[in-house]
Design a protein around this ligand. Structure first.
Ligand code: C2E
Ligand code: CA
Ligand code: CA
Length: 742
């Protein structure tokens, strides 16, 4: 069950917490990463656009730059003068040093040409090497339009080209030379104080610079651009930026391609490890948190389970409690156990309350634990024993038939009848057992509980220490306390339903009648006789016992006053004894009924006598002063009171019937009875044994020194008329005579 619970918890946790959290976290992480990528890409594209623009500008600067560089030698008087010198080695060498090779070594121009006023090449230099003027052929086709354009401008005196620090007109363009893109710039060679008109007939200087190769390398290096290449095809390599190169006429020469600078991507790359680390930390933190939550959840659930389980368990005996038993019974019923039939066994401890009150809760707890252990030993292999009430246990016997259940029940009675010892103290509590045989007709748990309760009650009402199997005749038994209380109140209004019966007491030695004990009887008009064992406890709880007790006392005194008997005994409850007016009311009854106080004996239980609360002790004192006798009823059920007997003002003790019952059967019971008698004698107390049913018991009791005997062996409780008949027939009764019934 715990495993199932754990499995479902783990499954639910995985489905409803772990998976969504991990997915959510991962999603969040991915989203953050995407934003970074997007941001870096957008930075990169802005940068790429800026770079393309810059490159375009650089290229155009380059173009004007070449013209400007050219101009540094074309506006030069010496050059003009030199050109007007006759052709020869001296002139050629000078031209090469200043207008050819120098342009290459200083500015990096690839070629330089000089055209005569008739456009005939008179000088050529290629990559710093002087060449025959005919080498001009290389650029002639591309240069011709520029030459024409410049000549025209020079002739017309157009000064449009002079600006931006240019002092002479010129013409330049992108051209293709030998399959390579190149700049071509044409400038007139004029004196410093130049008459431009005259320049119409001047020499022209043609400069060539290839745009690919070296120049691109230098360009990329100087302007911190990526690797550059030129291609006539427009197809870029992946990620490349490009710029198209056009001639003045709008003809496409080809494209410049370069690796763009990507600050976003670079940034992203630089923080890659950080992102990875953050991801790992994020994951670890979330997983740890989830694990912590999970373990917390499991712990909470486990403790809840424990609390739930402890709610079903009695902490004292570790047995299932009432709730736990209900669950067991429900499960048994749900299992269909009633198809084969099963026995429901209720066990009640007969005198537990007295033991608990007299010996204290510690001893009470010990008795309960010990009782649970004793019953448990009998039921161990048959099922689970539960503690369903303060002093009540319950047990389910699956598949059992009536005789089996009864046998077990009797064994339970037997083991509970044995004395309970703890340290120096002992306690005697007997057990009563109610059994219900459950058949397929019985399905309701509460109905079964009710029946078992009735059976247990019947066993207790019959004197305890016995087994009662539920029968439908018991249904009439009133067990509902409220109903009893209501009926009791009605009955007490006129007391018509109550009578008092008398159980004679006999001298042990002579078997002569010495007195009677008054016992109340209740005949309910609808329900018939109701046992005092049922209604006396309810009358005590509700305080109705004061009224009822007063009625019994008055009736008994009134009746017995006429009888030639030494004593009449009346039972007094602890509740009555606590009432401040009790002793006074007894005195009043005595004077009203004219009964001599010495003839009245009040039977108190040990518990009532030990009770220090209320006015118990002052009542006892007053009663003694009146001369009323005091007897301790049910003696032996709480041995702790023995010590106090010495200083007490008790006249008699009545040995409890549970011990008397053991005479002839249990050595231990006999030993207890013997001990009680010895003790009572040592304290000069009179001793009555009650519940004497056999001659064996009677003889034993006489032998050990009991003064007085009472029990079914001699007489059951009988009505007043029968007592009178008994008295009239003479008092020398024999042990064998039991002529009267109630
Ligand atoms: P108790 O005072 O111990 O009374 C003795 C009980 O044992 C009586 O039961 C009596 O009928 C029964 N008994 C007598 N001899 C024998 C015997 O040989 N064998 C067996 N098995 N039983 C025997 P009862 O009349 O049912 O009374 C039960 C209890 O109810 C009494 O126990 C007493 O505690 C209480 N009770 C009865 N009448 C009164 C009363 O007027 N006032 C008070 N306060 N309690 C009363
Ligand atoms: Ca009694
Ligand atoms: Ca008694």
């Amino acid at each position: 069950m715990a495993d199932d619970f754990k499995k479902t918890t783990i499954k639910n946790f995985l489905i409803f917490v772990t998976a969504p959290t991990l997915l959510g976290t991962f999603g969040l992480y991915v989203a953050a990463y995407m934003v970074l990528i997007w941001a870096s890409a957008s930075i990169d594209s802005t940068e790429a656009a800026r770079e393309a623009h810059r490159t375009e500008h650089i290229i155009s600067e380059l173009r004007t730059g070449i013209a400007r560089e050219q101009e540094s030698v074309t506006i030069w008087g010496d050059a003009v003068k030199m050109l007007h010198m006759p052709d020869g080695e001296e002139r050629s060498a000078w031209l090469d040093a200043n207008l050819g090779g120098w342009m290459h070594s200083y500015f990096g121009h690839d070629a330089a040409y000089i055209l005569s006023p008739t456009n005939t090449p008179i000088f050529a230099s290629f990559k710093g090497e002087r060449q025959a003027p005919a080498a001009y052929k290389l650029v002639e086709t591309s240069a011709q339009p520029l030459v024409n354009k410049l000549r025209k401008a020079l002739l017309s005196g157009d000064e449009g080209g002079i600006s931006d620090g240019m002092r002479s007109p010129g013409a330049s363009d992108f051209v293709r030379v030998d399959g390579h893109p190149a700049f071509l710039s044409v400038k007139p060679i004029v004196p410093e104080t130049g008459d431009l008109k005259a320049a119409g007939e001047s020499y022209l200087h043609v400069a060539l610079r290839f745009v690919d190769g070296d120049m691109l390398q230098t360009l990329a290096h100087e302007h911190a651009l990526g690797e550059m290449r030129f291609s006539p095809s427009p197809t870029p390599l992946p990620g490349e930026s490009n710029l198209s190169l056009m001639t003045e006429q709008g003809d496409l020469l080809g494209y410049l391609f370069w690796e763009p600078y990507k600050p976003g991507a670079a940034f992203l790359k630089s923080i890659e490890w950080l992102l990875f680390l953050t991801g790992v930390i994020f994951f670890v933190v979330v997983t740890t948190l989830l694990a912590a939550i999970y373990y917390r959840l499991i712990a909470t659930r486990n403790s809840e389970e424990r609390i739930r389980a402890s709610r079903l368990r009695d902490p004292l005996t570790q047995l299932p409690n009432r709730l736990g038993f209900r669950k067991l019974l429900d499960e048994t019923l749900a299992d269909g156990a009633s198809e084969q039939g099963f026995g429901l066994v209720y066990v009640g401890l007969d005198r537990f309350k007295q033991v608990n009150d007299a010996l204290g809760p510690e001893m009470g707890d010990h008795v309960l634990r010990e009782a649970a252990a004793r019953i448990g030993r009998l039921t161990r292999n048959l099922g689970t024993l539960s503690r369903v009430g303060g002093d009540e246990f319950a047990f389910i016997m699956k598949g059992a038939k009536t005789p089996t259940c009864e046998t077990l029940a009797r064994k339970v009675v037997e083991v509970l009848g044995e004395r309970f010892d703890v340290g120096d103290s002992h306690a005697c509590v007997s057990g009563s057992v109610g059994v219900v045989m459950v058949s397929s007709d019985d399905q309701s748990r509460s109905e079964l509980g009710r029946k078992a309760g009735i059976a247990l009650h019947a066993a207790k009402a019959a004197g305890g220490a016995r087994v009662a199997v539920f029968g439908h005749h018991m249904d009439n038994l009133i067990h509902d306390r409220l109903e009893v209380e209501r009926a009791l109140r009605t009955a007490l209004a006129d007391k018509q339903q109550f009578t008092v019966v008398y159980q004679p007491k006999y001298e042990a030695k002579t078997h002569q009648i010495t007195g009677v004990e008054a016992l109340v009887r209740w005949q309910h008009p609808a329900r018939g006789p109701i046992s005092p064992a049922v209604f006396i406890p309810i009358a005590e709880e509700t305080g109705l016992i004061n009224d009822l007790g007063h009625y019994v006392l008055t009736t008994a005194c009134q009746t017995a006053a006429k009888w030639p008997l030494a004593k009449v005994a009346v039972n007094v409850s602890a509740v009555q004894l606590k009432e401040a007016s009790f002793a006074a009311s007894v005195a009043e009854v005595l004077s009203l009924t004219q009964l001599a106080p010495g003839k009245l004996e009040l039977e108190l239980t040990e518990t009532a006598w030990l009770d220090d609360s209320g006015d118990t002790s002052s009542n006892l004192g007053e009663l003694r002063e009146l001369g009323v006798k005091i007897a301790l009823d049910d003696f032996g059920t709480g041995f702790s009171s023995l010590g106090r007997l010495r200083e007490s003002h008790v006249d008699r003790i009545k040995i409890d019937q549970s011990f008397v019952r053991g005479i002839g059967q249990s050595d231990r019971d006999e030993a207890i009875v013997r001990a009680i008698v010895d003790l009572a004698k040592a304290n000069r107390l009179e001793i009555t044994a009650e519940g004497v049913e056999t001659t064996v018991q009677s003889e034993f009791l006489y032998d050990i020194g009991c003064d007085e005997l009472q029990g079914y062996l001699f007489s059951r409780p009988i009505v007043a008329e029968k007592v009178e008949a008994l008295l009239a027939s003479g008092t020398d009764r024999t042990a064998s005579i039991t002529p009267f019934q109630e």
